[in-house]
Design a protein around this ligand. Structure first.
Ligand code: NAI
Length: 289
């Protein structure tokens, strides 16, 4: 039923989603506001595939076939006949809402709309459309071609049929899904992750252990691949701050308030791996804990 997929936003997530969709046989239209982002996305997919070819796990022919399945576009009208939209643009509710209102006018009535938002309300995004029953969250994790889980999130009006179709798409990508039955800020994975962040700040502020030892506690004691401070650096301290602020605002619960220590590192511009410094100083040779 789903053959042609529109992926909107060619950043870290959109690139990975377009890659795995094309790899699993879907025709993809990858959209962004500027060709610069689209060229970067195709280059990055080529780099990933070249590494696989060098390892002998992929062939040049497979690569040509995969890249040939991704059409790039800066014009939303090119999405008019897709069967599924996966929106992966910046995490801003007003910009996403405006985009879905435009898509409502462009796409055929049967098209299913999905958002890759990390925390935001699917019900609110669906209110921009006349098809809230055909809209759901489809939350991939980074890097999308590798990570096995996709959260399928029900908005207030999402139909059972929409959830069934999206679960089937996830299965066809060789991934597994969980169903988030209620549209709640942070859904499941990010809510659990942010809880770990909050508690890590309390342990730090109470002087119970250092940043390094809190990370070590999670990696060596609980077998997590990264401790909370390393994970914040990896995904971006600004993102951690904005996400906590969104939870705090949406849930109106004081215990979600972003900790002052997090605000201080963000104000200091120590955003994490993307700039070489965060809780750790990677430029000075700190290693991931
Ligand atoms: P990013 O900043 O790397 O990429 C966003 C892309 O969207 C940019 O290329 C930008 O030019 C494009 N864009 C912005 N407005 C647009 C518009 N109106 N139309 C078309 N393209 C537009 O962001 P990233 O990290 O890929 O995140 C995208 C979404 O995925 C966000 O909602 C984020 O919360 C979510 N997400 C991010 C994860 C991560 O680890 N980075 C993990 C899971 C979800």
């Amino acid at each position: 039923m789903i053959k042609r997929v529109g992926v909107i936003g060619a950043g870290a997530m959109g690139t990975g989603i377009a890659h795995i969709m094309a790899q699993c046989g879907y025709d993809v239209v990858l959209n962004d506001i500027d060709n610069i982002y689209l060229d970067k996305a195709i280059k990055s997919i080529n780099t990933v595939l070249d590494k696989k070819i060098a390892k002998g796990t992929f062939t040049e022919e497979n690569k040509d076939e995969l890249i040939g399945k991704i059409e790039t576009s800066t014009n939303l009208n090119d999405l008019k006949d897709v069967d599924l939209i996966v929106e992966a643009i910046i995490e801003n509710i007003d910009v996403k809402h405006a985009l879905f209102a435009q898509l409502e006018e462009i796409c055929k009535p049967e098209t299913i709309f999905a958002s890759n938002t990390s925390t935001m309300s699917i019900t609110k995004l669906a209110s921009a459309t006349k098809r809230p029953e055909k809209m759901a969250g489809m939350h991939f994790f980074n890097p999308a071609p590798v990570m096995k889980l996709v959260e399928i999130i029900r908005g207030f009006y999402t139909s059972d049929n929409t959830v069934t179709i999206l679960k089937e798409v996830v299965r066809s990508l060789g991934k597994d899904s969980i169903e988030v039955k209620k549209d709640s800020p942070g859904f499941v994975v990010n809510r659990l992750m942010l809880t770990q962040f909050r508690e890590a700040f309390l342990v730090l502020e109470e002087g119970i252990a250092s940043i390094e030892d809190i990370d070590k506690a999670m990696t060596l004691g609980l077998n997590h691949p990264m401790g909370p401070f390393t994970l914040m650096d990896f995904t971006g301290n600004d993102i951690a701050y904005d996400t906590l602020m969104y939870m705090y605002t949406e849930m109106a619960m004081p215990n979600w308030a972003p900790p002052a220590a997090l605000k201080r590192v963000v104000n200091a511009g120590r955003l994490g791996n993307k700039i070489g410094k965060g809780w750790y100083d990677y430029e000075k040779g700190d290693k991931r804990k």
